[in-house]
Design a protein around this ligand. Structure first.
Ligand SMILES: *Cc1c(COP(=O)(O)O)cnc(C)c1O
Length: 403
């Protein structure tokens, strides 16, 4: 059957507007489309393909588990889920893990757990969830309402209640909001979708202190920042602040859908049998792949490599900017970087992304003012260098068209 980008408009719900080309194959940090045109991938499936495309070890884990056992449901437990949970708890603050299939589902579990924990320990008055403007936590109705972009949550009828938003990186504003009614504060330790915004460590420490003062749980959404992307296994490890609940997805499965919620013994006790669940969560196929991802990512070789690659990106991006004067700032951490457009080019991130794609470079945006890169953590230096040459050609074309 012959399908093209036009087929999308005929048979797909129009909630997405994908690029003009249709990728068909990937290897490492290179991708080929239906025409055989090659691209270098700085998008990484939106911070998912943490080891690039078709990493041989992941293909092997997929094939091995694929010929052994795919699915059971949670009526039975399984070895890959238990092994992955053991490794995640050994490597983090957490004692317990709940598996889901996506970031939104991991966050949905975190929010329901926080509400139930507050009910168990403090009573039903303690139900308020504080989150941050421009935060992103997924698209289920609860998570999208907690997310700080009303445009995403409006227009679907009555929203889940007792959710308030605060300016990010503004501790005084948070102090004014938090009270004994607050059951949890949910935040990304660095905002991804909101524009690659790294808050002050003092702010994160202040959020932790306010949670402690008011018996509120601190939930870190590390769906985008986690699994090695910032050069540490999780970004909380860069900040010295430990959350009560942490969520992971995206890079966790390296391209296979899986999510996880990590928490302490004490907090986890509120998700008693029957309180929450998922048919697929903790599925052996997903967990076997995620376990292999974990084994490869959680090594000094890969984590230190991330910081080296970040330095290379920054050096080349600054050189591009000296020539073309498009960015006001290069920001972010590790392999999650944002190029914020200066006043002259604000609002044009998508045009730059399209121009880059036309030069053979896949990248992302984070809002209309920021071009975002979230490549594989093991992208070869040659691919970074060549990818940024293509990016620069895209920038030059974009500027020529804009003038
Ligand atoms: C992508 C993302 C989510 C949502 O994950 P899905 O797998 O799309 O449901 C949640 N939180 C953050 C921080 C994200 O970047």
């Amino acid at each position: 059957m012959q399908v093209t980008r036009d087929t999308f408009n005929q048979v797909m719900v129009p909630n997405y507007n994908p690029a003009a080309m249709v990728p068909v194959r990937g290897e490492g940090s290179r991708v080929w489309d239906q025409e055989g045109i090659e691209y270098i991938d700085f998008a990484g499936g939106i911070a998912v393909n943490v080891l690039g495309h078709c990493h041989p070890e992941l293909v092997k884990a997929l094939a091995e588990q694929g010929s052994k056992l795919w699915h059971l449901s949670n009526v039975f437990t399984n070895e890959p889920a238990l092994q992955l949970a053991q490794k995640l708890t050994d490597a983090t603050f957490a004692d317990k893990v709940y598996f889901a299939n996506s970031g939104a589902e991991a966050n949905e579990a975190a929010l329901k757990l926080a509400r139930r924990y507050a009910l168990d320990h403090f009573g039903q008055e303690k139900d308020q969830i504080i989150a941050f403007a421009k935060g992103f936590h997924g698209r289920t109705f609860f998570t999208v309402t907690v997310g700080g972009q009303p445009a995403y949550s409006d227009g679907f009828g009555p929203k889940p209640g007792a959710i308030v938003h605060c300016e990010y990186n503004n501790l005084d504003a948070l102090k004014a909001l938090v009270s004994e009614r607050t059951c949890a504060i949910m935040m990304e330790p660095m905002q991804g979708e909101g524009g690659i915004i790294v808050p002050d460590v003092a702010f994160i420490k202040g959020v932790r202190a306010l949670c402690d003062e008011h018996n509120a749980l601190l939930i870190f959404d590390e769906v985008q920042s986690g699994m090695g992307r910032t050069g540490k296994l999780f970004d909380y490890m860069n900040t010295g602040v430990t959350p009560d609940i942490l969520t992971s997805a995206k890079s966790l499965g390296g391209g296979f859908p899986v999510g996880a919620m990590l928490t302490t013994d004490k907090v986890s006790a509120s998700l008693k049998p029957g309180t929450h669940g998922s048919t697929y969560g903790g599925n052996p196929l997903a967990c076997a792949i995620a376990e292999k991802v974990f084994d490869i990512v959680n090594t000094s070789e890969v984590l230190e490599g991330v910081l080296h690659k970040e330095a290379l990106f920054r050096e080349k991006l600054h050189a591009i900017n000296e020539k073309h004067h498009v960015f006001s700032e290069i920001r972010g951490k590790g392999m999650l970087l944002g190029c914020a457009l200066n006043d002259k080019y604000k609002g044009h991130a998508k045009d730059i992304m399209t121009a880059a794609t036309e030069q053979g470079l896949m990248c992302l945006i984070a809002g209309m003012d920021v071009v975002r890169f979230a490549p594989s953590l093991i992208i070869p230096d040659e691919d970074i260098i060549e990818g940024l040459e293509r990016f620069e050609r895209g920038i030059a074309k974009f500027i020529a068209n804009a003038e």
